[in-house]
Design a protein around this ligand. Structure first.
Ligand SMILES: Cc1ncc(COP(=O)(O)O)c(C=O)c1O
Length: 474
């Protein structure tokens, strides 16, 4: 099924497209649409508005829009489907002329760490244990007991008494978010969501048909508690998706007193809060680690080894009341039939060493963080570069709403980054850029140098001075 993007919605995503950058209008327009497709703000398979409608909306000649669509078609980002108009897609490998820069492309659009070497050893241990499971069916919707017990024990040790029946093993945290969303939400329900947020979390909630109720999170003020209170009181959302430790992309952590207040309020209004704690144990600021969010009140918790051990393991989990876990298990079968046993055995083999693994990860992130902060503050004195206390990314304020433009210019310099609006609802955050500090120092340095060249390109063109270009966020 093709979803359609209205001319109005596309124009909102394109806010400010023509004010920055050089070259003919059609090429600037094509570049901005390409960026929206590349970073997922226009989903693949989406039908773009008709040329004439977009031309009217943007107050352009139809020829300009036609030329922009033509350029996107030529480079493989649009395809014409009879009866469906122009549909967004990705160029097929080999279908476009190889760009010499592409092979050198440094991809910092993802915030990830390379695997710890112990994964390979744990995989050998797991392979040796596998025969004990081969007599069983292998379909495992809840997770092997030994892993659930080990995860429950970790929660208990961190201040949240838990037993194995309160844990369900999933195929990564993303699977957990999507499963919870489609189980606990009905189409049209409201969902409280941080703004900015983790984009695939937002997509999962949208996919379940939720209507978003955004609450603001900033690097200097954290969660807007008044706004959160009003949002919950006014719209009694069915669920709330939060990242109390360490929020992606800002890296902030919710103060303990605030957790208790937010949880109590949510409970009074029947809102089930979901704490995505994928990065909860990656705090490197020196402050003592907070107990899990659910230790302060009733909440579902999501965890994962994707950021701490390796994204390729595809293993996460949900901690919730037994009745909720049972509901999730029943709902799971519609989407998948369980987490691979071998993956579960690998994580079980790693868990006895998990504290040491985390220590190493935190040390690595601390070094990467300090290096990136120093480089950015020296090279970009006009940017507001905050310090983070945890997580993998900095949320940098560029001072002017040019994040998409800068991201496009960076791409031409061989660097891929996710522009600020990728993390916002309805195109907000053009002033912000998320930069990960989880990469080796030589790569970070190359990235910062590319960013500096890209920034020079952006500065050569007039930069809008006001917020007028930003679409309103509700
Ligand atoms: C906040 C957050 N939640 C969930 C995920 C997905 O994690 P997983 O790899 O376990 O699916 C990520 C990965 O980027 C993330 O940043």
């Amino acid at each position: 099924m093709t979803t359609a993007l209205s001319a109005r919605a596309l124009a909102s995503l394109l806010a400010g497209w023509h004010t920055i950058g050089g070259g003919p209008a059609y090429s600037l327009l094509a570049d901005r649409i390409r960026l929206l497709i590349l970073d997922g703000r226009i989903a693949l398979g989406t039908r773009l508005p008709a040329e004439r409608e977009l031309a009217t909306q943007l107050e352009l000649s139809r020829t300009t829009v036609s030329a922009a669509y033509g350029a996107l078609r030529e480079t493989g980002y649009l395809t014409s489907i009879r009866g469906s108009g122009s549909v967004a897609r990705m160029p097929l490998a080999g279908s476009i002329a190889p760009d010499p820069q592409q092979s050198e492309l440094l991809d910092l659009s993802k915030a990830t760490l390379p695997a710890i070497p112990a994964v390979a050893r744990a995989a050998e241990t797991a392979a040796a244990q596998l025969p004990a499971y081969l007599g069983e069916s292998g379909f495992d919707p809840i997770g092997i007991r030994v892993l659930r017990e080990a995860l429950a024990q970790r929660y208990t040790e961190r201040g949240l008494p838990t037993d194995a029946d309160q844990i369900m093993v999933t195929v990564g945290a993303q699977h957990a978010i999507a499963l919870i969303a489609r189980t606990l939400l009905s189409r049209g329900d409201r969902a409280l969501i941080e703004n900015p947020t983790y984009p695939h979390g937002l997509e999962a909630l949208r996919g379940a048909g939720a209507r978003m109720v955004p609450i603001s999170v900033t690097t200097d003020g954290g969660w807007d508690e008044d706004g959160t209170e009003q949002a919950i009181q006014r719209s009694s959302p069915a669920i709330g998706y939060l990242m109390p430790d360490h929020h992606n992309p800002t890296g902030v952590s919710m103060p303990p007193e605030q957790r208790a207040r937010v949880l109590a309020l949510a409970e009074r209004h029947g809102t089930s809060l979901i704490a995505d704690e994928t990065m909860a144990e990656l705090g490197f600021g020196g402050d003592p680690e907070h107990p899990p969010f659910a230790a302060f009140g009733r909440a579902l918790t999501i965890g994962s080894v994707g950021k701490t051990v390796w994204g390729g393991l595809r293993l996460g989990w949900i901690r919730a009341d037994r009745s909720v876990i049972q509901r999730l298990v029943r709902a799971r079968f519609a989407g998948d039939l369980g987490t691979p046993i071998l993956e579960q055995l690998i994580v079980t083999a790693l868990l006895p060493d998990y504290d040491r693994i985390l220590e190493e990860r935190r040390a690595l992130l601390r070094t990467g963080h300090d290096f990136l902060v120093r480089e950015l503050r020296t090279r970009f004195p006009d940017w507001e570069v905050p310090s983070a206390q945890g997580g993998l990314t900095l949320w940098v304020n560029l001072g002017v709403p040019v994040s998409s433009q800068l991201t496009l210019a960076a791409r031409n310099e061989g660097l891929t980054l996710a522009a600020g609006p990728r993390f916002g609802l309805d195109g907000a955050f053009e002033r912000f850029l998320r930069i990960p500090f989880s990469y080796p120092q030589d790569q970070t340095l190359r990235a910062v140098e590319a960013l500096q060249r890209a920034w020079q390109t952006v500065l050569r063109h007039p930069v809008p001075a006001s917020d007028e270009l930003l679409p309103q966020v509700i």
